[in-house]
Structure formats: C-alpha cells, structure tokens
Design a protein around this ligand. Structure first.
Ligand code: SAM
Length: 219
C-alpha cells in the first residue's frame, strides 16, 4: 500500500502516514520521528478509512498523485491522512456543507496543506462545485445521511473517471439485529448498478454500525 506505513508503537501494530507538513498536527494524533521523517499515527477508531485498512482493504485506490473527491470532510481527520498519501502532486476536493465545521477544517487542516481544496457546498448539489473542472480518480463518501448512496452515485456520475473507484461509508442502523444489518447492506449494494463491487467491509470493532464498500465505476 503506497504511503501507508505499518509501525510498532509500545509493542502494538499501528498504521501511519508521513506528515506532509512536519511539525503541524491535524487533530491530537500521535507522531513519531524515524530517521528525521515524521509519521502521524492513523487511528482506526477516529477514521473509517484507517479502520478499513486495518480490516484488510484488498485494494487501496488512494496513492501518491491520486485526485480525490471527498464528501463529508468534517474537521478533516481522514482528509489530512489522505493529504499525506497523495502528496503535493495529488489533490483532494473536500466537500463539507456545514460552514461552522468547514471553518474549523480550513483553519486547522486545509490552510497548511496545499493539496486540499475545500468546497463549502451541499453534496446533494454536485453541479455547484465550481472548483472542479476535471474527472477525478476516487470518490470517497462519508456523509452519514439516509440517502448517502444516491448522493455518492450522483457525484460519481458527474466527476468520477470511468474505471475510477468509489469508497462508500454506509452507516447502518445497528449491527445488533443481524438481519436488519444484512438487509441494509444488501439494499445499498443493489443501488450500485453502474459499479462493480470489489469488497464490503464491516468496520466493527472500530465502528459499530458502519461498513465500507469499495467499488469500481463502469460508466
Ligand atoms: N469523513 C469524516 C472523517 O473521517 O474525518 C467524518 C464525516 S462525518 C461522519 C459526516 C460529515 O458529513 C459531517 O461533517 C456533516 O456535516 C457532513 N455532511 C452531511 N451531509 C452533507 C451534505 N449533504 N453535503 C456535504 N456535507 C455533508
């Protein structure tokens, strides 16, 4: 996996990314310096992408130079690690609709990282992202909304390259009632008609009621 590092910290296995902006933290993440290189520990309890990697994500579509459309940037925990991975030759168009949250994201994360382009817009209206004028390699969607899958698909139809990848975080109601959880998973998967689904990962124990889908866009 490009630019995702497996390290030992206090005898525990951790994953980390190389800090693109050494000395600057995005949240209260632990950092570690090895041979003058600063690594940021990537906490799977704080980031669903890190949880997916810990749970054996088969293929990591986000690499050095990748362009990413990220829906639901929040305060930028996951976006900051993606920024480390794609490096200065990659870019992240980070969409967040709450102006209060976006302000925190910009001041804490985006301002320090030249590869992040914040977009304060509603992901339900992708036609309003005037900053994007090209097709994108990967769409990452984590907006925790009821119609999150439809919103992600609409964004892909507008911006994702043919054979590009979608990483879709699904917040299922509960995994305690296993039948209900399965039903939700299957219903969401059926909606991905113009995709080839590569993997579906239950994020437990890092996130109790979430799963992530990795799919390839066929349009
Ligand atoms: N992906 C983030 C991370 O790992 O650091 C956490 C995302 S949080 C679960 C969901 C975020 O999506 C919230 O910040 C929320 O404001 C945002 N959101 C929800 N609906 C949205 C929409 N329609 N358009 C843009 N952002 C939205």
């Amino acid at each position: 996996m490009d630019n995702v590092f497996h390290l030992k910290l206090n005898h525990e296995d951790k994953i980390a990314t190389k800090n693109l902006v050494p000395g600057i933290k995005a949240y209260k993440e632990k950092t570690l310096s090895i041979k003058d290189v600063e690594y940021r520990i990537w906490n799977p309890f704080r980031s669903k992408l890190a949880a997916a990697i810990m749970k054996k994500l088969e293929l990591m579509p986000i690499k050095k130079k990748t362009s990413v459309l990220y829906l639901g940037a929040s305060t930028g925990t996951t976006v900051s690690h993606i920024s480390d991975i794609v490096g200065t030759a990659g870019k992240i168009f980070a969409v967040e609709h709450s102006s209060r949250v976006a302000r925190e994201f910009i001041n804490r994360v985006a301002i320090h990282r030249p590869n992040i382009i914040p977009i304060i817009e509603d992901a339900r209206m992708p036609q309003n992202y005037f900053a994007i004028y090209e097709k994108i390699d990967v769409v990452y969607a984590d907006i925790a909304q009821q119609n999150q899958t439809e919103i992600a698909i609409n964004n892909c139809k507008m911006y994702l390259k043919c054979y590009g990848y979608l990483l879709l975080v699904i917040k299922a109601r509960s995994i305690d009632v296993s039948k209900r959880y399965q039903e939700i998973t299957n219903l969401e998967l059926k909606k991905l008609k113009c995709f080839s689904v590569i993997q579906k990962i239950d994020l437990y124990p890092y996130d109790k009621d979430h799963f992530i889908i990795l799919a390839k866009f066929l349009q």
